[in-house]
Ligand binder design. Structure first.
Ligand code: ATP
Ligand code: F6P
Ligand code: MG
Length: 442
């Protein structure tokens, strides 16, 4: 650690009295040396350095985990848990583990689920939760609490937190949710309320930055394999067959990229971070023409956000947004399928050709988390609880270089994890598929 190390400070509650962590007395834990995390323990944000270049300051985050001293008297805790945005494998596991760990580790007895996302704070009755109620939730896809987009009314939400007396709020959601959580955290601080606010990043697209990856992502990639295999079988069993699979990924192509690398059946992977074009030298049609000549079939994987700028839109479609304000996308798979058919009919009249389009969109996210993601969700929930019990607020827990860290919420809300098309991973995709370097023309 050098003088140039920047340690990302976390906001803390100030009006509560320090007390011993009740884990000390918990019959299942025998806190040994090293069990508690020192407030001075940090995780470095970067572990790869170029020693030949000028040294940059090191950036470090506080390490997540139980603290010897905490700020809440467990019997005074009234916790609220909310899930917002789209579904993601593992949401129920996070809820379950928050409830079970608050109850079992810290002895908290007042735990409430807020139904249907942010709007639920002020428009619906909260549900009382305990370990019995949530015991098998980790085996279910979706979120038992229900979720929604939109409905973010800051004043009403914070009023509800104040009136109901919640003093710990666990917010599970994606980038939009995290931006909302920042606003709640700031308003709660402005009103001088002693309420811990923590975000648990959820995004099947894996588009949240700083953390290594988001929960549910690996499950989604695994689920995508079935669609790609089916597309491959369909394409192989036809004359000049093309299997086309559209995968989630609004503005990032992580699912498409990882599914492509895992499958090895994919001939071309199209992602939002890399523009592509259809006609002419180096275009998609020329590439597919050659693949069909060589292999008699081809498999295309396209992320939903890819090629959006090429799809013709009417004026209404140009303006269309979902309840949260996200642009509504047109179906790139449907557009691509029709463009492929038009191309083949034009350039190869009378020759057999088939495009089988598979859209497993919701099937890859509306499933329970796999074993790896379930474990990950558990560690996230535990980290969040330990942090909030210690009095931190306005933070997010997540793995940074393999270790769990507490990251300022504002930083996470702003950070975006895009596929870096100049890095090794994308080069690897191109070496596996041998697809064109569309960037040459784009
Ligand atoms: N800038 C913002 N400020 C306050 N609230 C926001 C903001 N952006 C989005 N929200 C709210 O956050 C919630 C979830 O947002 P959104 O629907 O964009 O999903 P998300 O959290 O990004 O998850 P995902 O994109 O992974 O499905 C919604 O209730 C929305 O109103
Ligand atoms: O149809 P919904 O629920 O709005 O969700 C669709 C979006 O949610 C995500 O799964 C997460 O943002 C995106 O990949 C997708 O565009
Ligand atoms: Mg989002």
């Amino acid at each position: 650690m050098t003088d140039a190390t920047i340690i990302k400070k976390l906001p803390s509650l100030t009006g509560l009295r320090q007390r011993r962590n009740p884990l000390e007395e918990n019959p299942f834990f025998h806190p040994s040396h090293g069990f508690y995390i020192n407030p001075s323990d940090v995780i470095l944000s970067q572990v790869v350095y170029d020693l030949s270049s000028d040294s940059q300051p090191l950036v470090a985050y506080h390490r997540a985990g139980p603290r010897r001293e905490i700020l809440y008297e467990p019997s005074s805790v009234k916790a609220a848990i909310v899930t917002c945005g789209g579904l993601c494998p593992g949401m129920n596991t996070v809820i379950r583990e928050l409830v079970v760990a608050l109850w079992e580790l810290y002895g908290v007895r007042q735990i409430y689920g807020i139904p249907a996302g942010y709007r639920g704070f002020y428009s619906m009755e909260a549900v009382e939760l305990n370990p019995k109620i949530v015991h098998n939730w980790h085996k279910k896809g979706g979120t038992v609490l229900a979720t929604s987009r939109g409905g973010f009314d800051l004043a009403k939400i914070v009023d509800a937190i104040q009136i109901k007396g919640y003093n710990q709020v666990y917010i599970i959601g994606g980038d939009g949710t995290m931006r909302g959580a920042v606003a709640i955290f700031k308003e709660v601080s402005r009103r001088k309320m002693e309420v811990g606010i923590t975000g648990i990043p959820k995004t099947v697209d894996n588009d949240v930055g700083i953390i290594d990856r988001s929960f549910g992502f690996q499950t989604a990639v695994e689920m995508a394999q079935e669609a790609i295999s089916a597309a491959h079988v369909e394409a192989e069993s036809a004359i000049n067959g093309i299997g086309l699979v559209k995968l989630m990924g609004r503005s990032t192509g992580h699912i498409a990229l990882h599914a492509t690398l895992s499958s090895r059946d994919v001939d071309c992977c199209l992602i939002p971070e890399m523009g592509f074009y259809l006609e002419g030298k180096g275009g998609l049609f020329e590439f597919l023409e050659q693949r069909l000549k060589d292999n008699k079939h081809a498999v295309l994987v396209v992320a939903e956000g890819a090629g959006q700028e090429m799809i013709p839109r009417n004026e209404t479609q140009k303006q269309e947004r979902d309840e949260s304000g996200n642009l509504v996308f047109l179906d790139v798979g449907v557009w691509l399928k029709s463009a492929l058919k038009e191309w083949w009919g034009r350039d190869h009249p009378g020759e057999l050709f088939t495009v089988k389009y598979i859209d497993p969109t919701y099937m890859i996210r509306a499933v329970p988390a796999n074993a790896t993601d379930n474990l990950y969700c558990t560690l996230l929930a535990h980290s969040a609880i330990h942090g909030i019990m210690a009095g931190y607020t306005g933070f997010v827990s997540g793995p940074v270089n393999g270790n769990y860290a507490y990251i300022p919420l504002e930083e996470v809300a702003q950070a975006k994890n895009e596929v870096n098309t100049s890095c090794h991973k994308w080069a690897w995709v191109r070496s596996v598929t041998n697809q064109p370097d569309f960037e040459k023309k784009c």
